[in-house]
Design a protein around this ligand. Structure first.
Ligand SMILES: [Zn+2]
Length: 59
């Protein structure tokens, strides 16, 4: 089993794909399965994701 968690209802800010982001809590980053875009997550994912990834409202 992978430790990564898929993030529902999150859209990649790079390629715009929905529900393709997964969080790796061990390495502390989010990666897009569609385009491979990665973003570091330093603190609580819910807070840091908000500034790095669109939740869909801005698209
Ligand atoms: Zn992407």
């Amino acid at each position: 089993m992978s430790l990564a968690h898929f993030l529902d209802d999150l859209r990649c800010s790079c390629c715009g794909a929905l529900n393709v982001l997964w969080l790796d809590p061990v390495r502390g980053f989010v990666e897009c399965h569609e385009c491979g875009q990665k973003a570091a997550v330093m603190v609580d994912p819910a807070d840091s994701l908000d500034s790095r990834w669109s939740f869909g409202g801005d698209w």
